[in-house]
Design a protein around this ligand. Structure first.
Ligand code: KG4
Ligand code: ZN
Length: 357
């Protein structure tokens, strides 16, 4: 593989990383925009583009100071994401690749998350991708199960409405916990009782591997309103027991939904490895539940180190390396950002990615 510089600007993190020929992380830099978006309770697209424009030149300079040899390949997230935010990274990457005469790879953001569990931050090489991996990607924008099959990626199931992270963020917002809400709900849930609030776990009869979070989210918001707990956690160092119980019950329902397709998918595909990635894979309950499932069923499970669950450029650089080794290369003059339309990773079947994946 080639020493690769990765650039990620799909949402609210500007990130640049350099990964060596064995997938060892040489540099990983991240500039979070959370503080800029926090007053608005969510990501403001125009603000995100402006923040990327400010951060990226600085991050690039810093990264190139830390590199241990010549950069040989550029990898950049081309979609899906916020179009204005993606464009900043794509234009930067194309200009840089063109200027230096380097090959360029457009990486799908989800392909980045898929390989993130194979990487480490302790100086070790990337783990080779096993032939058959079942992989959950659960983040603020996506919740899907994939099969990674000898380099090909096939989506097996997905959310029909909200993403898991999005639903955590919504409940946190109604409780007054601020943005992003997943980490705050995780902390509260550790001190709550998940059997206290009964929440629905809808199953889709026609699509056993898909899930839905909107009914669950509405039921939780209704419960919060009925119990007059809107904003109850705002500025509270020690939120009340009902708030903690709701957080625990909601988290348990989301994790149960996410893992519900796993037994049958594993029986069909017989994976050598099961992984979970994306911001929601930082969740304590999800991590424990998946590891426990693996122990019970004698299947190896692997989770990215917490710093690589959320958006980063290390995973983009490595996904680019693997794609380039597989023979791909993109033309910097033709590369464009893709907001919602599917960019289909190699091997993904047409018609399976209509939800913007
Ligand atoms: O992968 P990511 O950084 O960005 C996207 O590609 O969307 O994921 C961010 C999402 C947010 O919705 C955030 O609330 C959620 O991941 N998240 C968590 C936790 N940490 C981050 N959700 C549940 N528990 C956590 N510990
Ligand atoms: Zn992401």
């Amino acid at each position: 593989m080639l020493r690769t510089l990765g650039i990620e600007t799909s949402c609210d993190e500007s990130a640049v990383a350099i990964v060596d020929c064995d997938g060892r992380v040489e540099v990983s830099l991240l500039s979070s925009q959370i503080a800029a978006h926090q007053p608005y309770g969510g990501v403001v697209p125009e603000l995100a583009s402006r923040e990327h424009l400010k951060a990226l030149p600085y991050l690039m300079d810093q990264a190139l100071e830390g590199v241990r040899g010549p950069v040989e390949l550029i990898a950049v997230t081309a979609g899906p994401g916020l179009i204005g935010a993606l464009l900043v990274g794509v234009r930067f990457a194309t200009a840089f690749a063109w200027g230096r005469g380097l090959p360029l790879i457009a990486v799908d953001h989800l392909e980045g998350h898929l390989v993130s569990s194979l990487l480490s931050l302790d100086g070790g090489p990337a783990r080779p991708e096993p032939d058959r991996v079942l992989a959950l990607v659960a983040s603020g924008g996506h919740s899907s199960w994939y099969l990674m099959d000898r380099g090909a990626r096939l989506r097996l199931g997905r959310t029909r409405d909200d993403a898991a992270g999005e639903s955590f963020d919504k409940i946190a917002q109604v409780l007054g916990l601020g943005y992003p809400g997943g980490p705050a709900i995780d902390v509260l849930a550790r001190r709550g009782d998940s059997s206290e609030v009964a929440l629905p776990r809808p199953r889709l009869k026609d699509a056993p591997f898909d899930f839905s979070f909107s009914g669950l989210k509405s039921a939780a918001v209704r419960w919060i309103r009925e119990h007059e707990l809107v904003d109850a956690a705002a500025g509270e160092a020690n939120p009340s027991a009902p708030v903690r119980n709701l957080a625990a019950s909601f988290e348990a329902a989301v994790v149960e939904q996410l893992l519900s397709p796993l037994p049958e998918l594993a029986a069909i595909h017989r994976p050598q490895l099961v992984t979970a990635s994306g911001g929601v894979a930082a969740n304590s309950l999800l991590r424990n539940a998946l590891s426990e499932w693996g122990r019970e069923h004698n299947v190896e499970t692997l989770l990215p180190v917490p710093a690589l669950t959320t958006d980063n450029a290390v995973m983009i650089a490595h996904a680019g390396q693997l794609a380039h080794r597989g023979g791909r290369s993109d033309d910097p003059r033709r590369l464009d950002a893709r907001a919602r339309e599917a960019w289909q990773p190699p091997g993904m079947r047409r018609g399976m990615s209509e939800a913007g994946v």
